[in-house]
Design a protein around this ligand. Structure first.
Ligand SMILES: Nc1nc2c(ncn2[C@@H]2O[C@H](COP(=O)(O)OP(=O)(O)OP(=O)(O)O)[C@@H](O)[C@H]2O)c(=O)[nH]1
Ligand SMILES: Nc1ncnc2c1ncn2[C@@H]1O[C@H](COP(=O)(O)OP(=O)(O)OP(=O)(O)O)[C@@H](O)[C@H]1O
Ligand SMILES: [Ca+2]
Ligand SMILES: [Ca+2]
Length: 590
């Protein structure tokens, strides 16, 4: 197994791409669309009338899909395309695509037949958002398949046995594991720190780590929609998440999930404190997030231009982060810090790669101290806040040089920025070793435990990759690198003759539990040259329409979030007036 150096990771365990917006809480489920274009309650692909803003891309005479079978095909194709796009490189084989397609085909009709959850959330919508979360995490197709089916299983619309026979043993195993984990917290009466810690350890030792990640994703999805539940349930759920699931997420390397879980439970457990911290952080957020990018680039350029550093390092990378709500609250409560004393609202981390060979260790140290000097030429260092864990490592072995700088300029008060400086070797210890952040924050106390966990996780992912590998076969199509847009087409074109025939369309409809009749109607709509089958061009047109509708929903979501944030009322603090003004400015412009 390739484990040399901390940069080599299994593809299915890559941390999710930084550039990707991870926070896409609502999945796009077209059937339930309430977008202005589908106001009649069914999916109308009548796009041109409301395409003003983006009308250029749209094909002529768009069809209208009304029958249940047609709607399910739309849903299937739309969800499949979005999933595969989010998975990016993690979807490397056609057996992975087939597994996902099969799982969607099985679950879509089952989920559509289920009643809505409390608060009116469609079960399909929930299943898809969990699957998208897992795809963003770059989980493999088996985990995502389990995510797609989990909701139907829990509702009793499907059994593990059926999953095993219709989808496969690995997906069934993951679902079995995830149901077992679900029952663990309820076995403990009191969720004090000690019990919680024992429970986390138990989960990590006795369950498939990938099932733990599936459970964590499900919890995050629930937490994102907690408003619908009664207050007492919100509290119980939030407590469980804070004590078990957020630290679990951290321990399995899903750091961003853990931060969001913590912030969400914080919001429900301590609503008043949350409003205070949130309002305060928000007042800096837009500016500071932008500044982090600016300073990161500025520092990188200064370091690259430094002749002394150039002599001793091969590479420099810098990461930036804005502190989370919950982490900030903990800091404010710790030693009664005042807000202006929190020195790491903005954070940069410089990781240096010293030139290899004799004396590399010493060169690494020199590079860190030289970086410190360069930082001093750029910003004002705050006295007494510098910590040199390189000269004096922490007892757990943690090494790094921490500096806090003052960013205020021309009387404009800004929060401080913490810069952590370390070599790649120090960083791998802080990320994955005995001084790892998961131990530091995730509630694991035994360094050996962390190593073992990581090994188990890598092995599970490795196995999944072997199972999902395409076997060389007579079927050459499987080996061809199929462009992602065409994946759905190839999966529907079962005999591989390059067209989707009416029989093939009818087959998928029947698999979706719809009438064969619907296939004929859908064919009429999509078959623009009326030759009785769908070419890849005709199908592509259809996919573009589906995509367009999904984008419309995204926009609506964005606007709604924006408006929700801007218009919220927190009378007690008075700080929200700022946003009202911002909103006024925005409205005046558009
Ligand atoms: N992985 C890892 N990171 C650490 C460890 N100790 C400190 N850090 C990181 O370094 C940051 C600052 O730590 P310190 O300089 O010790 O500061 P502090 O005592 O936590 O308190 P402040 O000065 O208020 O930030 C922490 O927020 C972590 O990001 C450790 O043992 N392991
Ligand atoms: N200065 C920094 N630059 C870049 N990333 C950072 C910095 N400090 C922390 N991080 C990372 O940000 C994520 C969130 O960390 P968070 O701010 O909650 O904790 P922390 O700063 O490590 O802890 P503490 O509460 O002790 O300050 C972690 O992945 C952590 O490694
Ligand atoms: Ca910190
Ligand atoms: Ca045709």
């Amino acid at each position: 197994m390739a484990t040399s150096g901390h940069h080599v990771r299994h593809p299915s365990l890559r941390p999710f791409p930084k550039s990707k917006s991870f926070a896409s809480p609502r999945p796009k489920s077209l059937i339930y669309s309430t977008s202005p274009c589908s106001s009649r309650g069914y999916l109308a692909l009548q796009i041109q009338s409301c395409a003003g803003a983006a009308g250029d891309v749209l094909p002529k005479s768009p069809p209208m899909v009304e029958q249940p079978g047609g709607k399910m095909v739309v849903e299937l194709v739309g969800a499949f395309n979005e999933l595969t796009e989010r998975m990016g490189g993690a979807l490397s084989t056609s057996s992975s695509s087939r597994l996902l397609f099969k799982s969607l085909k099985l679950s879509i009709p089952l989920l559509q037949a289920l009643p809505f959850a409390p608060g009116g959330r469609p079960p399909l919508s929930r299943a898809l958002s969990v699957a998208f979360l897992l795809a963003d995490l770059q989980m493999d197709a088996e985990v995502i398949s389990a995510g797609i089916l989990r909701e139907a299983l829990e509702a009793g619309a499907l059994t593990i046995h059926e999953v095993k026979s219709q989808i496969g043993a690995s997906t069934a195993h993951l679902l079995h594991e995830s149901l077992r984990i679900r029952h663990v917290p309820s076995k403990v009466d009191i969720l004090d720190d000690e019990n919680a810690s024992l429970l986390r350890k138990y989960c990590l030792s006795y369950y498939d780590i990938r099932a733990v990640i599936l459970e964590v994703a499900l919890k995050l999805d629930t937490m994102r929609h907690l408003d619908f539940l009664p207050r007492y349930q919100q509290l119980i759920m939030s407590l469980e998440v804070m004590k078990i699931y957020a630290p679990l997420a951290h321990a399995v390397g899903a750091g961003a999930l853990s931060l969001e879980l913590e912030d969400l439970s914080f919001r429900y457990l301590f609503p008043h404190s949350y409003v205070y911290v949130d309002t305060w952080l928000r007042s800096y957020e837009a500016e500071c997030k932008h500044l982090i990018d600016v300073y990161k680039e500025q520092l990188l350029q200064a370091l690259k231009a430094d002749a002394k550093l150039e002599e001793i390092v091969d590479g420099i990378s810098i990461q930036g982060r804005y502190k989370s709500r919950f982490s900030t609250m903990k800091k404010l409560l710790k030693n009664g810090s005042k807000p202006e004393e929190v020195n790491d609202l903005l954070g940069l981390r410089v990781v240096l790669n010293p030139q290899p060979g004799d004396g590399m260790l010493e060169r690494g140290h020199r590079a860190c101290y030289r970086t410190h000097e360069v930082i001093r030429t750029l910003w004002k260092e705050i006295p007494n806040r510098t910590k040199d864990y390189i000269a004096r490592p922490k007892p757990n072995g943690y090494r790094s040089l921490h500096v806090a700088v003052d960013l205020s300029e021309q009387g404009k008060v800004r929060p401080m920025m913490e810069i952590q400086i370390r070599t790649m070797e120090m960083d791998s210890l802080a990320v994955g070793g005995a001084a790892s952040h998961s131990l530091y924050k995730g509630g694991l106390t035994d360094p050996e435990e962390a190593k073992r966990l990581k090994a188990i996780m890598m092995a599970a992912a490795e196995l999944a990759a072997v199972r999902l590998r395409d076997l060389p076969s007579a079927n050459q199509r499987g080996a061809l690198k199929i462009n992602h847009r065409n994946r759905a087409f190839h999966l529907l074109d079962k005999n591989g003759d390059g067209r989707i025939s009416i029989e093939e369309l009818r087959e998928v409809m029947e698999e979706l539990g719809a009438e064969g009749e619907d296939a004929w109607e859908l064919m009429q709509l999509l078959d623009s040259n009326s030759d009785g089958s769908l070419s890849s061009e005709e199908f592509d047109l259809f996919q573009r329409q589906v995509e367009f509708m999904r984008n419309l929903e995204d926009k609506d979501d964005n606007y709604r979030t924006l408006l929700g944030e801007k218009l919220q009322i927190t009378d007690s603090t008075g700080l929200i007036h700022v946003y009202r003004k911002e909103l006024g400015d925005k409205l005046a412009v558009s």
